[in-house]
Design a protein around this ligand. Structure first.
Ligand code: PLP
Length: 338
């Protein structure tokens, strides 16, 4: 069966680079949403704990429960659960959501500083604090998310400016309502890597930890190493004559007599079908025609092949981003830590 390897040395290398930027491991909140970007949530949680990471970010309550034993702090980005929990913090994404949480629930308030996606508006801050107080929630942090930290446009600076104002206002409101001092966070991977002298309380780090952050002009980003590799095993091998066609749609025509093998990885496993026709493995093995649901053919007779060891490169063949290549990988694929 096709399988995934997770390289622990590479992961620890990445975490140590990230910890240099945050200045302490304690400020790293590892983003483990979507099965840890397809790596395997339990495998990555266990390795992160071994490294000394104490904080994690997930999408929903079910994911938080899966990793509860590995971390001291877990932030849920988008879910509403009525039961307060010692470790789990819930994100308030909308002013109307505040009253959905039960008294005593730990919450973090997301503020929209310009992405126009989730979070309350800046002008709603005062109201939000009042309603949070009335509802009896434990407000621990105020945070925001960047739309363009990995792109060169005006939004990164603009959102930083807006968040600076939010911090000042929120600190005063916290005092007024007698909340404990707030934590603030705004950085995802790209934002952390382009911030000089990081001074916030937490950074929410996904793609950099998995070794696939693409950020021009960042020497630190260049030292990150991809954690995940995908391998497939040969199902069958044949000699194809010149002019014979391979696979669905007879989409590949052999220009020469050659050995072509079929491997047990297909789009049903998450090997994106848009990689058909032109995909080449890191060992320079060429794909033959269309990717099928459960398999794909390559021009080689090897028993096992490395499909990719750097999702950034794979993404180019599919005209997408490493995030999509990675999260496409189905849970059923075996993960081995090496
Ligand atoms: C997914 C996500 C992150 C992590 O982003 P990376 O680019 O992978 O570091 C951080 N914060 C929020 C709110 C997210 O949704």
């Amino acid at each position: 069966m096709a399988y995934i390897t997770l390289n622990k040395n590479n992961f620890f290398n990445n975490l140590s680079i990230i910890a240099k930027l945050t200045k302490t491991k304690d400020k790293i909140a590892l983003v483990l949403k979507d099965n840890a970007y397809g790596h395997g949530i339990l495998e990555m949680a266990a390795m992160a704990k071994e490294y000394g990471i104490t904080k994690a970010v997930v999408r929903n309550y079910a994911e938080a429960k899966q990793i509860e034993d590995f971390f001291e702090y877990i932030l849920v980005l988008a879910d509403v659960v009525k039961e307060p929990n010692k470790k789990i913090r819930y994100t308030i994404n909308d002013i109307e959501a505040i009253t959905q949480f039960a008294k005593g629930t730990k919450v973090e308030l997301k503020v929209d500083t310009g992405m126009c996606r989730n979070g309350i508006m800046i002008h709603e801050l005062e109201d939000a604090f009042s309603v949070i107080k009335e509802q009896g929630l434990e407000l621990e942090a105020v945070f925001t998310h960047h739309s363009s930290a990995d792109e060169d446009n005006k939004y990164f600076d603009l959102q930083n400016k807006n968040f600076k104002k939010v911090k000042e206002k929120a600190s005063l409101l916290a005092k007024k309502h007698a909340f404990s001092p707030l934590r603030f966070h705004s950085c995802n991977s790209a934002a952390l890597f382009r911030t000089q002298n990081f001074d916030e309380d937490i950074a929410r780090i996904g793609i950099a930890a998995y070794g696939c952050l693409e950020l021009e002009n960042s020497l630190y980003a260049k030292r990150l190493q991809a954690v995940l590799s995908l391998y497939a095993k040969r199902i069958s091998v044949r000699t194809v004559k010149k002019g014979e066609c391979v696979g669905y749609g007879a989409a590949f025509t052999s220009e020469l007599a050659c050995k072509i093998s079929n491997y047990d990885i297909g789009y049903g496993d998450g090997f994106l079908r848009s990689c058909s026709h032109h995909f080449i493995t890191p060992d320079k093995i060429q794909i033959a025609g269309r990717i099928s649901m459960d398999n794909s053919s390559f021009i080689t007779d090897k028993k096992e092949i490395l499909i990719f060891d750097d999702a950034k490169e794979s993404a180019k063949f599919a005209a997408t981003i490493s995030y999509e290549v990675l999260t496409a990988l189905k849970e059923k694929i075996e993960r081995k830590i090496i």
